[in-house]
Ligand binder design. Structure first.
Ligand code: HEM
Ligand code: HEM
Length: 181
């Protein structure tokens, strides 16, 4: 007798939601890494590295806005019944992650603006919007850095939680965000 074990059918996030999710996750890691490692590169690379950091950050902002607009018409699958507390913690952290995905790049744009910097998009460039104000820029820079740590810290806890669901609780939370099998 052969026993065939079939995977349980579950409702998963659709292709677009998964695409937004994993592309954004990769870009956040890249923006954070470049932001922190600017000084590690040779000095002649600094402008290019900072500009790449800004472009990735602007990409994250655009993706977050598009994703939120798209989400209004495409509801995610209903939360799995993991218990009242875990469900509340998950939904509050998702709201915070969305907020930080918008806030960190906006604060970064303010930081660049008060630092007297523009952005080079390759085909066109945006000139600095105002002259440098070092005192204001320093403060906004601190806030940008703290907010970036909050985003990456929360995203790391969120990733650990997803892995805990998958490997310890052995439920379907992570499978919902992976390609269908
Ligand atoms: C989610 C997106 C972003 C993340 C995670 C992020 C993260 C960071 C981090 C960790 C630093 C290093 C802070 C420090 O050590 O002082 C940094 C620096 C910086 N960020 Fe961002 N950032 C993002 C988006 C942006 C955007 C959209 C802009 C502007 C358009 C921007 C402009 C800057 C600038 C000008 C610096 C200073 C680089 C330098 O000269 O050392 N960032 N960012
Ligand atoms: C910077 C990195 C990340 C950010 C900003 C992020 C953000 C988010 C957000 C906002 C949601 C809610 C989606 C929605 O309902 O509209 C979500 C869901 C999810 N994320 Fe992430 N994520 C990141 C990285 C990761 C990683 C590395 C993993 C896995 C190891 C992961 C696993 C999941 C899972 C499983 C869900 C679905 C949760 C559920 O169905 O309740 N995420 N993520």
């Amino acid at each position: 007798m052969t026993t065939i074990t079939m995977a349980r059918p579950i409702l998963i996030y659709d292709n677009v939601a998964r695409g937004f999710h994993w592309l954004t996750a990769a870009l956040v890691v890249a923006a954070f890494g470049l932001g922190l490692l600017v000084d590690v590169f040779p000095e002649s690379w600094e402008d290019g590295v900072v500009n790449a950091h800004k472009l990735i950050g602007v990409g994250i902002l655009c993706l977050a806005v598009l994703r939120l607009v798209w989400r209004t018409g495409h509801k995610p699958p209903a939360a799995l019944p993991t218990g009242w507390l875990l469900e509340r913690v998950a939904s509050v952290s998702h709201v915070l992650l969305y907020g930080l995905m918008v806030a960190v790049p906006l604060i970064g744009l303010a930081f660049a603006t008060w630092s007297g910097q523009g952005i080079n998009f390759g085909l066109f460039a945006i000139a600095p919007l105002m002259p440098e104000n070092e005192a204001v820029a320093r403060q906004i820079g601190e806030v940008h850095e703290l907010a970036a740590y909050a985003l990456v810290g929360l995203a790391s806890l969120h990733a650990v939680a997803a892995l805990w669901h998958h490997f310890v609780r052995k439920d379907d939370v992570l499978r919902r965000m992976l390609p269908p099998r």
